[in-house]
Design a protein around this ligand. Structure first.
Ligand code: NAP
Ligand code: F7E
Length: 340
């Protein structure tokens, strides 16, 4: 059985990747942060009793800012594959916390790469790079498009991306960076714009709220479906010649169009419920990201099928169902509370 280590296993992508690897008979190890409240809700369904002799999911406390812990964990686990998905991943928040974002999203990757080098473990390494690195470079963006980061998050990701390439070239590490465009799901963090909108649709439909406040409605993003992207991540790391590839749907949609589709899915008119609030603007905006993933299609046949319209429907349905059926306290948190 292959052993994988996933940083960021409690996040959107980490949870889908853990599911995928377990379905492929991997033993999965995940890095989790100690927190005063539970942060494992996305992987609770995968949890198995520690007394179960057949269990294949193991969680370890640790943090990407703690080099010594990363080295000792690698020595203990001896993974065949490492997926570095852990990050402070919110672009707007990175303007509030540039140093922390650099320490986790940028240097965190270097700590992990260095832990691989120092422990001399033979393994493959995946780095979660981002389309945000293209910044102001106009679409369509592919592997040859120049990087021009427009946020502390993007700058930190570009540093991690370059260092991953450097470890591949200098030390012969089997390392790849996936340059992924936005991908969403019902598990998407609640302060990213798609989920903020679909939660609002559900709450407005159920009569719990009347409106949602948004920032730049004209930004264009290439929104895909996270489970399809996670499949692409796994396939990218299985390639025998390690190189960096774009994953994207190739379809650009404005925030306004996504809002229109999400509200329409619940029989609502977005214009009656969406209002502007400048607190959600960024010091520098990335106007348009639309990717060209033809290299990944040729390399391993990756061809995503779900684009923004269908995604909006999937996410609205999930948020409506969660609100109607579970009554979990976190679902009751109001949209208008002011978080980004
Ligand atoms: P996410 O939901 O925000 O998850 C981030 C994960 O990183 C969480 O598990 C979080 O733990 C963990 N983390 C944060 N700080 C950490 C630290 N100091 N040490 C260890 N772990 C830490 O992100 P995602 O959407 O799944 O994205 C996965 C990765 O792909 C991220 O690196 C992101 O930047 C990148 N990416 C995402 C997209 C996208 O559209 N989703 C596109 C391109 C690239 P807690 O649960 O404890 O907070
Ligand atoms: O913003 C606009 C906002 O925060 C998308 C991360 O996964 O994808 C993600 O970064 C767009 C931006 O995602 C609101 O200005 C308008 O233009 O959902 P987002 P992001 O910044 O694209 C990349 C690829 C990553 O790598 C990141 O980790 O929507 N927008 N109004 C808003 N955005 C938010 N969050 N909230 C609003 O109210």
């Amino acid at each position: 059985m292959k052993r994988a280590l996933i940083t960021g296993i409690t996040g959107q992508d980490g949870s889908y990747l853990a599911e995928l690897l377990l379905s492929k008979d991997y033993v999965v190890h995940g890095l989790i942060r100690r927190s005063s409240t539970f942060n494992t809700s996305r992987i609770e369904h995968l949890y198995t009793d520690p007394h179960d002799p057949d269990r294949r999911l193991f969680l370890h406390y640790g943090d990407l800012t703690d080099s010594a812990r990363l080295v000792s964990l690698l020595m203990e686990i001896v993974p065949d594959e490492i997926y570095n998905l852990g990050a402070q991943s919110h672009v707007r928040v990175s303007f509030d916390e540039p140093e922390h974002t650099g320490a986790v999203t940028g240097l965190g990757s270097v700590r992990l790469l260095e832990a691989v080098r120092q422990s001399k473990i033979e393994c493959r390494y995946y780095q979660a790079s981002s389309s945000e690195m293209f910044g102001s470079t106009p679409p369509p963006q592919d592997e040859s498009a120049p990087f021009h980061p427009r946020s502390p998050y993007a700058a930190a990701k570009l540093y991690a991306h370059s260092m991953t390439q450097m470890y591949r070239e200098a030390y012969g590490l089997h390392a790849v960076s996936g340059i992924l465009f936005n991908h969403e799901s019902p598990r998407r963090g609640e302060t990213f714009v798609t989920r903020k909108i679909t939660r609002a649709v559900a709450r407005i439909k159920m009569g719990l709220e009347k409106r949602v406040y948004l920032g730049n409605l004209d930004a264009v993003r290439d929104w895909g479906y996270a489970p399809e992207f996670v499949e692409g991540i796994w396939r990218m790391l299985q390639m025998d010649d390690p190189r960096d590839l774009v994953l994207a749907t190739g379809v650009g949609t404005t925030v306004k169009e996504f809002a229109h589709a999400a509200f329409a899915h619940a029989g609502l008119d977005w214009q009656e419920h969406v209002e502007f609030d400048d607190r959600y603007l960024r010091a520098a905006e990335v106007n348009a990201l639309i990717g060209n993933a033809s290299a990944a299609r040729s390399a391993f046949g990756w061809d995503p099928t779900i684009t923004a319209n269908r995604l909006a429907g999937i996410m609205v349905e999930a948020d409506l169902e969660a609100l109607q059926s579970t009554g979990k306290p976190w679902i009751d948190r109001p949209i208008t509370a002011g978080w980004s």
